[in-house]
Design a binder for this molecule. Structure first.
Ligand code: PSV
Ligand code: MN
Ligand code: MN
Length: 424
């Protein structure tokens, strides 16, 4: 199923009058609109292959039908998203949930949809049917060197597959930890993890990076071996210049000041990238911006400030990825909403009057600092995000067009109603 140019244009024509009115108003009242638009156009957010199917919880899973049954179909789904919003031009794969086989064909398919391959994710948190050793008590931190060796070899295999696909990043998330006090010697677990990571690091090609993701809880509930940004940063510093911390918004203890963490990691040149999502309680993996849009804006505010301070290109300076997946929405609609929320938060952060904020900070004018930030956050920049999308060749209303064209129904008739996306 592919969206034709005629279908796209007809939709955009219908939206044109209302869009022009709202865009003209904002363009007349905000000076920096053109600068914001050009930055939005180059900003791309990678789609995780595992979010294209309906996620489950441990209480069940309710398939919406028409889910991708192969890597081919996953790339086709990401191609659809990118066609609609022109901001989803990258895929992040998870091995072995994804099974890349014919690399040349996959690369060709990605090229057809104008996609590149972002970070490759390894998986040592589940046992696979053919593996010799179990990860029940961890992987890279395991007391048994044979288990560690198996997990290291898997990561090296993921790097090899990533090379074939043209990726340049390995992303590692470990479930390693403990469920009860006394179960684990923290120091030994850390040191064994470091040694394992060093072996993986040694296998990285010259221009590659490794992202070390942290998470405070789940599936282990007493300790996690890479539990917070400090522990991830320790590993990244000890590993060397190709190692960075990855921030997944749902992986913090409640009320953590994520924007401050982001600011300092960026300052230390150790912020690698993001897994965007939102949460109310824990690692809820909800649509980005659906629960705490102000937090998302404050994070982007630090990112824009920090990237500019370091002279980095916003689009390529960090790895921008989504890690969301859940139970009750159409996964493609959900991903369109996440990308849109990310673009909006980014646009609002670009609008912050940086000079005025710096002056107000230096004068300790706390009231004015808040006014400046909230002025940007409360400006409705949806017409600007829409204008950027239209200029890039996307749809005025991606979710609207997705529904008008009954894409889910078409996917169901192509793929069937009882589909389970591979990997979940
Ligand atoms: C773990 O909760 C995580 O955030 C990691 O990024 C995994 O790779 C991903 O979720 C998929 O389950
Ligand atoms: Mn994640
Ligand atoms: Mn997570």
């Amino acid at each position: 199923m592919e969206i034709t140019q005629n279908q796209l244009e007809a939709h955009n024509d219908r939206a044109s009058k209302a869009h022009q009115q709202s865009f003209n108003f904002i363009a007349a009242t905000q000076q920096r609109v053109e600068e914001v638009i050009s930055k939005l156009i180059s900003f791309q957010v990678a789609i995780p292959s595992w979010a294209l199917g309906t996620g489950g919880t441990r209480f069940g899973r309710f398939s919406g039908g028409g889910e991708p049954r192969s890597l081919d179909e996953k790339l086709a789904d990401i191609g659809l998203l990118h066609r609609l919003n022109q901001s989803s031009g990258a895929a992040s794969l998870h091995i072995p949930w994804d099974v890349p086989q014919d690399y040349a064909a996959i690369r060709q398919q990605a090229q057809h949809y104008n996609l590149r391959f972002d970070a490759m994710n390894s998986n040592t948190f589940q046992d696979q049917p053919d593996q010799a050793h179990s990860y029940k008590f961890g992987s890279l931190h395991h007391a048994d060197p044979a288990v560690r060796k198996q997990a290291v070899e898997h990561n090296i295999e993921v790097i090899r597959q990533g090379i074939e696909l043209g990726s340049d990043t390995l992303s590692i998330w470990l479930a390693d930890g403990s469920c009860f006090p006394g179960q684990l010697n923290f120091r030994k677990a850390f040191q064994r993890t470091l040694e394992s990571l060093q072996e993986i690091y040694a296998a990285l090609p010259e221009h590659w990076k490794v992202f070390v993701e942290y998470k405070a809880f789940e599936p282990n509930f007493y300790s996690t071996t890479i539990g917070d940004w400090g522990q991830s940063l320790l590993f990244a510093n000890k590993l060397g210049p190709k190692a960075f911390t990855l921030v997944d918004l749902g992986h913090h203890l409640p009320n953590a000041n994520i924007e401050q963490i982001v600011s300092l990691l960026l300052m230390e040149e150790k912020l690698g990238g993001f897994h965007f999502n939102d949460s109310k309680y824990g690692d809820d993996d909800l649509t980005a911006g659906s629960i705490k849009p102000y937090q998302l804006f404050l994070i982007f505010n630090e990112l824009v400030e920090g990237l500019d301070a370091r002279g980095l290109d916003h689009a390529t300076g960090l790895g921008w990825m989504i890690d969301a997946s859940h139970n009750v929405k159409d996964p493609l609609e959900d991903l369109l909403q996440s990308v849109d929320a990310i673009m909006l938060a980014y646009a609002q952060a670009l609008l912050v009057d940086r000079d005025a904020l710096t002056a107000a900070q230096d004068n300790n004018d706390v009231t004015l600092c808040q006014e400046i930030l909230q002025d940007a956050f409360r400006t409705d920049l949806r017409p600007v995000v829409r204008e950027a999308r239209l200029r890039a060749g996307g749809a005025a209303n991606p979710v609207g067009l997705y529904r008008e064209l009954q894409i889910r129904q078409q996917l169901i008739s192509e793929r069937g109603l009882k589909t389970v996306a591979t990997g979940l």
